[in-house]
Write a protein that binds this ligand. Structure first.
Ligand code: COI
Length: 363
């Protein structure tokens, strides 16, 4: 039996290495999404008002008490980010500070402690450095990074926990959606209301989506396209991704009103489009309320040219079909805007295309 090597590194992360890497047993050509986990995880506890010494340990189970408050009252938040392998084998991260900021936005909305920048960024860098061999080669995928935090007070009673655990693990992934996505817009269920926590990356938002998503899947769609909770007509997001529409020669994306997740990919796509809409033969990008009826009208008039989703997992995901009110809108198979965005963004993320925004950092 091999003995784990324990080392204390300069950023004071206590590292316990796995004895034997599991990497050789993994078929990296067929990792799918979210099923295969790399060798190590980063873990840090928050107790007595302070973050304790962070550790990197072999990926594995975390002891769980049935009275952990996260399980009962839902104080659980997460992030999604990716590490990319460049052409010269360098490891590249895309806008990691944005994920750190959003994690703390979610933490504050759920009354959880903020995570210091150094804990988040140094922790994930040290973890990825240790498991960089898990980043798929030859553009076959990326290393998905899942920072998350949950409440660990053993207490029954509704109040913010006083103790928490912050964990980062990683997994090699390929596409989240293998095919263009089919969405169902419904008036029956809503994801988030104004004043709620729709713009936090909270586990509860995803739990609330599962039953309506199941109903959509039973009808042959992949996910729900959420509408606003008051008038049931303004498009919000898809839960797994933000959404964009190309109507005539303008790109339109919903205005965030506190109910939509502020996607890092969404923000990057808006910046890319603002700088390049001319070269794509477009007339601009509009961030505004967009009603499902406007989308239906554009479809009827033949001006709905494209729809696509954006997200770390979803990347730039073309939308093939949108169902609403018992009718389907089948979108064109030619998708010049989303194809360009995919190539441009992925090119920047992997260092193949010049990054004028300084979004990419090398590990
Ligand atoms: C991500 O895009 O990283 C997410 O967290 C969405 C989830 C559907 C995987």
């Amino acid at each position: 039996m091999s003995i784990p090597i324990i080392q204390q590194n300069k950023s004071d992360i206590k590292i316990t290495r796995i004895g034997h890497s599991r990497l050789n047993n993994i078929d990296m050509e067929n990792v799918g999404f979210g099923k295969v986990f790399s060798d190590h995880m980063f873990i840090c506890h928050y107790e007595n008002g302070e973050w304790q010494t962070p550790e990197i340990v072999p990926y594995g189970k975390i002891p769980l008490s049935p009275s952990f408050s996260a399980i009962h009252y839902g104080q659980a938040i997460f992030e999604g980010m990716k590490a990319y392998r460049g052409d010269n084998d360098e490891v590249l991260l895309f806008r990691p500070e944005e994920n750190w900021k959003r994690m703390n936005h979610s933490a504050s909305r759920l009354s959880m402690p903020e995570i210091p920048k150094s804990l988040f960024i140094d922790g994930l860098k040290a973890l990825i450095d240790l498991d960089k061999a898990w980043i798929p080669q030859n553009d076959k995928g990326q290393l998905y990074i899942r920072p998350h935090m949950f409440a660990t007070d053993e207490f029954i009673g509704v109040k913010a926990s006083e103790s928490y655990t912050f964990v980062i693990f990683t997994c090699p992934v390929s596409f989240y959606y293998k095919n263009p996505v089919k969405l169902l817009a419904t008036k029956e269920y809503t994801r988030a209301a104004i004043g709620g926590m729709g713009n936090a990356k909270a586990a509860g938002n995803y739990a609330a989506s599962l039953f309506p998503d199941k109903l959509a899947k039973n009808q042959g769609y992949d996910n729900v396209l959420w509408l606003d909770a008051r008038l049931h007509q303004y498009i919000e997001e898809c839960g797994t991704m933000n959404v964009f529409f190309v109507i005539d020669d303008v790109v339109v994306t919903p205005l965030p009103t506190g109910t939509i997740l502020g996607g890092v990919t969404r923000d990057s796509v808006i910046k890319l489009l603002k700088d390049s809409y001319n070269t794509l033969g477009l007339n601009g990008i509009e961030i505004r309320r967009v009603s499902i009826y406007e989308i239906q009208d554009a479809y009827m008039q033949g001006t709905l040219r494209e729809a696509f989703g954006t997200g770390t997992a979803a990347t730039i995901a073309p939308i093939a079909k949108i169902g609403f009110g018992g009718k389907d809108m089948n979108l064109p198979e030619e998708r010049p805007v989303s194809s360009w965005l995919y190539k441009q963004l992925y090119g920047i993320q992997t260092g193949k295309i010049y990054d004028p925004y300084e979004w990419v950092i090398m590990l």
